[in-house]
Write a protein that binds this ligand. Sequence first.
Ligand code: UDP
Length: 357
Amino acid sequence: MKVLTVVGNRPQFVKAAAVSGVLRGVHDEVLVHTGQHYDDALSGVFFRELGLARPELELGIGGGSNASQVERMVGALAGVLAEVEPDALLVYGDTNSTLAGARAGDVAGVPVVHVEAGMRSFDLEMPEEVNRIATDRLSSLLLCSSEVGRENLLREGADGRAVGVGDVMVDVALRWQPRARERTADVAREYGVEPGGYVLATAHRAGNVDDPGRLGELFRLLCAIALRTPVVFPVHPRTRERLLAAGLWEGLLGAEGVHVAEPLGYAEFTALLCGARAMLTDSGGVQKEAYLAGVPCVTLRPSTEWVETVESGWNTLVDLDLAAALRALERAAPLERAPLYGDGHAAERCVAAIGEL
Ligand code: UDP
């Protein structure tokens, strides 16, 4: 069987790192990088560190509006599909590359496989939510990270297409977190903080950084928290660009207790996560990784698709409400942490399900 895999940005490289090796053990894979994330800190470093095969094809499509990016990707992928003639097209998550892959596969009549299917935040303001729903509608095989995801799909009428496999990011996290823990103290000190004595922060969702008002709230929240507990903040290029444009970048660099860093490779980031007192994030994947690491998470969004982390008491949704964030950071971690998203062998189940297409 020949599988064309479409990836394009940071979380997809992590997910593909779990599946690609297993897939290549059984089938032929052609990996296409759309170019959505192209700089080394968000792309190259993940291929090197996580042992992901170099893409066979690079489309070099980044920048522009979401709509123009998706359209350009769909056009380029149509050509790739005609040339490669795969038996299936594999996409991950909820980005422009995911949607473009699903649309191109659909038009070409190639069965689309969606990994991380059925996740819903029920917030249609998020471009990612629209991408998730559209991709699921276009997919022949829906591989779900959680039972909640599978139930969402069954409610939407996806009988027969939805299969629970567990979460492929968990496969990677379970492999990396034990190693990362050994490096935590060294890496923390490199970034100027003491193990267990800092908050790790990431923020890049359009809803938080594109609107100058919301960006200002995010900036004030980070600075206020850092006055109580040091904050290590590896800044996503999109966020950096918005902070620069809003005239807030210098203020962030000079803010007491804020340790600004470049976006980190997976190994360093995981080391910092494992040693953090808490995680402050608007990322999807990081909410799961914090749970797995036993680090309380405070999520800078009003909703999440990873609802189990909230129900278990390990994750608190605060949006950009500073008082709520401070209260959440004071809360003691729950005593229990059930395995929520599988056993670290989701990739094998994905590949088995693809083989049955
Ligand atoms: N990550 C990383 N370095 C960083 C920030 C995040 O390696 O500086 C990793 C993180 O461990 C997770 C993934 O990137 O595996 C999450 O990506 P992102 O937050 O960009 O995407 P989302 O999950 O929100 O779609």
